[in-house]
Design a protein around this ligand. Structure first.
Ligand SMILES: C[S@@+](CC[C@H](N)C(=O)[O-])C[C@H]1O[C@@H](n2cnc3c(N)ncnc32)[C@H](O)[C@@H]1O
Length: 331
């Protein structure tokens, strides 16, 4: 692919909504926690003044290499190879304690899914890897060598909402034991033959949910979300924005609950007339419902179909104190 097309490899999802949600101050400091191919970062840079700054993070070395090319062209931009669970340390080291906006566009990028050798896709035969960061962690093949059937079934059920999780887990471990599980095609085939015949050709491919679940497990994605969002909230300035794009209901539920606990932290029993727990809100929702792509975006980029975005704003301590006692009960 020629240089001009480098960042066209991934079409940014909900791009304009994401930027509108995050952007409040042209002179502000922003963080893109999931650089990918920089679709969102480039749009943010287009709106920033000479004084504005953008830090991007990605755990994928190819994404970071693309970010380094952008950093060489634009002095307002910096990229760091890290996972966003360590966002707090990264921002502390840089002294970024009052950030104007922090965004997450979760999951994998098109270049990751489209390269067979990364092992994310059941449509292409590749190794059983699935790591976003090839410089650390264990590939799927190694993790499968140390997991029990019960744990594996739980993972496939919990992260994939897969109703046939037990049958699939059993078949995966049997094939591994028999030396018949070596590639993503083998895994796809096992998932396909583990579900009842009538479920093989209706709806999404029978491997979709299992591949999603295993990817979440390999990359500890839920733990990353917990730590990343907490660090983001801790480093936002009052009025600073948090925008999170996710791609499936389990992820969205987790994000909604994490932010809800900061919007409504009061733990007093509902019958208490006033709040006595002393927990004050630190965030407010900017949209009650998640933002979803319109038909035109879905038609232009089918991968955006399942995306949804949550947006919240950091509030000051004084505002939080004013709201305390109402949050979680009256609101
Ligand atoms: C959906 S893509 C982002 C695409 C990007 N917004 C764009 O427009 O090009 C997700 C990116 O986030 C990275 N990523 C996912 N989880 C991460 C984590 N916990 N820490 C750092 N990077 C992560 C992936 O490696 C991938 O490059």
């Amino acid at each position: 692919m020629g240089d001009d097309n480098r960042y066209a490899e991934h079409i940014p999802v909900l791009r304009d909504d994401f930027i509108e949600a995050l952007f409040t101050d042209p002179d502000g400091c922003y963080v893109d926690c999931t650089f990918g191919r920089g679709g969102h970062s480039r749009e943010l840079l287009a709106r920033l003044s000479e004084k504005g700054r953008l830090l991007a993070i990605d755990r994928d070395l190819e994404a970071v290499a693309e970010g380094e090319r952008l950093a060489a062209e634009d002095a307002r931009f910096t990229i760091v190879h890290a996972d966003f669970a360590s966002l707090g340390e990264t921002l502390d080291e840089l002294g970024w304690l009052q950030v104007s906006g922090i965004g997450f566009d979760l999951g994998v990028s098109s270049p990751q899914v489209d390269s067979a050798e990364r092992g994310f896709s059941f449509q292409k035969s590749g190794p059983l890897d699935m790591r976003m960061d090839l410089s650390s962690g264990q590939p799927l093949s190694v993790k499968l060598a140390h997991v029990s059937e019960r744990e594996l079934a739980d993972i496939i059920y919990r992260y994939g909402d897969e109703r046939y999780s037990r049958r699939i887990a059993k078949a995966i471990l049997r094939a591994r034991h028999d030396g018949e599980l070596n590639t993503t095609s083998d895994l796809e085939n096992i998932c396909f033959h583990s579900v009842p015949k009538q479920a093989r050709h209706s709806g999404a491919h029978p491997a979709t949910r299992t591949f999603q679940a295993l990817r979440i497990w390999v990359n500890a994605e839920m733990e990353q979300i917990d730590a990343g969002i907490q660090a983001a909230v801790d480093h936002l300035a009052p009025g600073g924005r948090l925008a999170v794009i996710s791609f499936h209901s389990g992820e969205d539920r987790r994000i909604r609950n994490l932010i809800d606990a900061l919007v409504h932290p009061c733990t007093c029993p509902p019958q208490m007339p006033v709040c006595v727990c002393g927990k004050t809100p630190s965030m407010r929702w900017l949209q009650k419902k998640p933002v979803r792509p319109g038909e035109a975006e879905i038609a232009a980029n089918p991968r955006s179909r399942s995306s949804l975005m949550r947006v919240a704003e950091r509030i000051s301590e004084a505002e939080g104190k004013k709201l305390a006692g109402y949050s979680g009960r009256v609101q």
